[in-house]
Design a protein around this ligand. Structure first.
Ligand code: ADP
Length: 604
């Protein structure tokens, strides 16, 4: 900044008559007092004292200090921070109001010089236009002649230190102005230090808050890691709510409603002490279609946090918040994803403040959302595992049951034979041994299916395809299950490429099923084709309901869980499809008129 005397000289106002000898001395003393006061950092009191001292030392009528303000709505202007009047001189009452904010655009003459770091001195009569009117209308009683010194440092203009007299024509000496310029730059330093202190304490407060949030996050993480149920989620959420100071914190789940489409459902809500989420609130937020909250949905579905005050919302979204039983003022919602799907949100709402969340806050909350996602994922995995264990138990029970029936027959018959072999006629012996062989074969077949499933799980089933005549294999499989005339085979002889042992296993399963679950008429059709041969095992039974037509090919649970067949293992179709596919074929179920059809395709 240029020295004031120089700028005044340039302005042609420096050649005032020599001042009374004692004045600079008084002003010098005032500068010293000002310096020590400001250095002692007495805050706004200190500024008042400095103005008092200056008023007296300069023997002016009015001293004022204005600070520049960048107001987002009103633009660049200034506000008066302190003013002192000579005793007996009254300031008009409107002055205080007017000087809470004056746009610099109203005082272009002063602004131009001050902005350049130069002092400005004028009498009101010398001014022109609007600027002159401003002084005349507003502060005429105290202001005839004015001198203003820019308060600033290192090129930054921060405000104005001004002196005014009720009479016109007063001239300031260069020395006086130089000394007062020193006070102005002391004030600038004082303000800068205040700003630094403020910034420091703001950042300290922010840091303290962040540390508190991080603690809460760690605590929430511990609860979610160690805990299982909803209670852990509630405790974790409460830790986060406390740290954020929010009125409510909540976790909602996202679901697909067959009628409403995507909905958001209340899951856990916690409230600040003294607040409660009422039954009406709970009901209101229990199941809200996302279509009511379009902006929020757009944001969170894209993985972004959505922080808003209710005033910022529009249309039906705003109406939805305004009609809520408990009206909140601001809220933030953060999405919870599991494996790329929006599984829910975690949110914090404030009743009375229009809260803003900075990036750091949102990052911490996003971490919290990820932790809830992992927690849910773990809960789901645990449930699946429990279900699996349950279904394995049921499976073992079913397999044992299936094995026990034929084994009981084998054991019973064998014991009979051993106790007194001579008692039986040759025919009886042949029948018994035949029964034992059949039942033992049944056991062997079940075990064979089990082995395929167990190995297929780990990818170790081997198939050795060769050319196989279908008809003889088919007849053998059917003969083991059906009596003569119970089943018809239609179609031409055909050859397929398959592993004969595995083909037999499939045919055996399909014919056993047709007999067990199918209608009275059973028919097998063979259709040799170009590249593939189709073998259909058909029966005229009820068949399988459409929604289960794929599920019956799933292992274990399918049959007994869904179809209510307590004694079935539910592996036959799983195994048959696996084997068909291993041989480059397939097995599907379809309905053909009144026929229930299992269609096996194999390469010709
Ligand atoms: P399991 O016979 O041990 O139950 P499968 O995998 O062979 O196992 O069959 C699965 C289920 O499919 C059976 O339990 C039965 O309910 C149904 N199913 C199979 N074949 C037929 C059929 N021909 N008609 C009606 N239902 C059938």
């Amino acid at each position: 900044m240029r020295p004031v005397s120089e700028t005044l000289a340039a302005d042609g106002r420096g050649e005032a008559p020599p001042p009374a000898a004692e004045r600079p001395v008084r002003i010098e003393r005032a500068v010293a007092v000002a310096a020590s006061t400001l250095l002692a950092d007495e805050g706004d009191d200190g500024i008042d004292r400095v103005l008092d001292v200056l008023l007296e030392a300069t023997n002016t009528d009015f001293v004022f200090l204005d600070r520049n303000v960048h107001d987002p709505e009103r633009g660049f202007g200034f506000t008066n921070v302190a003013a002192r009047c000579r005793p007996g001189l009254e300031l008009p009452s409107q002055v205080a109001d007017i000087f809470t904010f004056v746009p610099w655009s109203r005082l272009p003459h002063s602004r131009q010089r001050l902005e350049e770091g130069r002092a400005v001195a004028f009498t009101v009569d010398e001014l022109e236009g609007a600027e002159r009117r401003f002084y005349r209308d507003v502060v005429e009683t105290v202001t005839r002649s004015v001198v203003k010194l820019p308060v600033g440092r290192r090129g930054r203009w921060m405000g104005v230190l001004g002196f005014a007299r009720t009479e016109a024509g007063h001239r300031w000496s260069d020395d006086d102005l130089d000394l007062l310029g020193t006070v102005a730059s002391l004030i600038a330093t004082f303000w800068e230090r205040q700003e630094l202190d403020e910034a420091r304490s703001t950042s300290m407060a922010a840091m303290a808050r962040r540390i508190e949030m991080e603690h809460a996050l760690a605590e929430a993480g511990r609860m979610l890691l160690l805990g299982h149920g909803e209670d852990s989620l509630r405790q974790a959420l409460e830790a986060l709510r406390r740290a954020t100071g929010a009125s409510f914190a909540f976790v909602n789940t996202c679901e697909d409603d067959p009628e409403l489409g995507p909905v958001i459902c209340s899951h856990v809500t916690v409230a600040a002490p003294g607040l409660v989420a009422t039954a009406a609130d709970w009901e209101y937020w229990r199941r809200v279609p996302w279509s009511r909250l379009p902006t929020a949905y757009r944001q969170v579905a894209q993985g972004r946090a959505f922080a808003f005050t209710i005033d910022e919302l529009n249309g039906k979204e705003r109406a939805w918040y305004e009609q809520a039983p408990t009206r909140i003022r601001s809220e933030v919602k953060i999405p919870i994803f599991i494996g790329g799907d929006l599984a829910g949100i975690i949110g914090f709402s404030d009743l009375s403040r229009a809260r803003t969340w900075d990036r750091q806050d949102l990052l911490l909350l996003a971490t919290a959302a990820r932790m809830v996602g992992v927690f849910w994922d773990r809960m789901r995995a645990k449930e699946t595992l429990e279900k699996l264990v349950r279904s394995k138990d049921e499976f073992v029970a079913a397999v044992s049951h299936e094995l026990r029936t034929p084994l009981t027959a084998v054991v019973g018959l064998a014991q009979e034979l051993r106790s007194d072999l001579g008692r039986f006629s040759r025919d009886e012996l042949e029948e018994f041994v035949g029964l034992i062989a059949d039942q033992a074969t049944e056991v062997a077949h079940i075990v064979e299916d089990l082995l395929v499933v167990a190995r297929a799980d780990i990818g170790q089933v081997n198939v050795a395809p060769t050319r196989v005549e279908i008809r003889p294999e088919l007849e053998r499989a059917l003969a083991a299950v059906f009596a003569d005339g119970e089943v018809t085979v239609v179609g031409d002889p055909a050859t397929v490429t398959a592993d004969p042992r595995r083909l037999r296993q499939i045919l055996r399963n399909l014919s056993t099923n047709a007999r067990r679950y199918g209608g009275p008429r059973v028919e097998v059709r063979v259709r040799p084709g170009d590249g593939v041969t189709i073998i259909e095992v058909r029966d005229d039974g009820e068949g399988i309901p459409p929604e289960l037509r794929e599920r019956i090919f799933e292992p274990y649970r399918t049959a007994h869980d869904i179809m209510g067949q307590p004694a079935s293992v539910g592996l036959g179709l799983t195994v048959s499809r696996q084997l068909a596919r291993l041989m480059d074929g397939d097995l599907v179920y379809l309905r053909d008129g009144s026929w229930s059809v299992f269609r096996l395709t194999l390469p010709s």
